[in-house]
Design a binder for this molecule. Structure first.
Ligand SMILES: [Zn+2]
Length: 119
């Protein structure tokens, strides 16, 4: 069975600076199906005060085919972009205004890389 080093595979840093604040990025193994059964349909978190971005993933050892690994990598990158938008709102003082709007956060996470191409 392949053991995947997600930090290496994902090519993401262990920390990132968002508007002057340093955030640690952690990838945490969680049972996402069990979380969903308990109504926790989250793929990650961005702490408001401790500056930690956490990306949740299923048991890494279950991802052994190329398609499964590519799917997991895309999901982790999307989650990271999503949590970075939360961090931007937090560091901008806009968390209470926009931070709970998951639709807006996700829209920006998906569209900003495409919008960036126009600048
Ligand atoms: Zn969110």
């Amino acid at each position: 069975m392949n053991k995947v080093d997600w930090y290496k595979e994902l090519k993401i840093p262990k920390e990132v600076v968002v508007l002057g604040a340093t955030y640690q990025i952690t990838i945490t193994e969680r049972d996402l199906a069990e979380m969903a059964d308990h109504g926790e349909e989250v793929a990650g978190t961005c702490s408001v005060y401790s500056n930690i971005i956490e990306i949740y993933s299923d048991d890494f050892e279950e991802y052994v085919t190329e398609m499964e690994i590519r799917e997991q990598m895309a999901k982790a990158h999307h989650t990271l972009r999503h949590e970075l938008i939360h961090a931007l709102f937090i560091q901008s003082g806009l968390d209470y205004t926009y931070g709970d709007d998951e639709c807006l956060v996700d829209f920006l996470a998906v569209q900003i890389p495409k919008i960036k191409e126009h600048f």
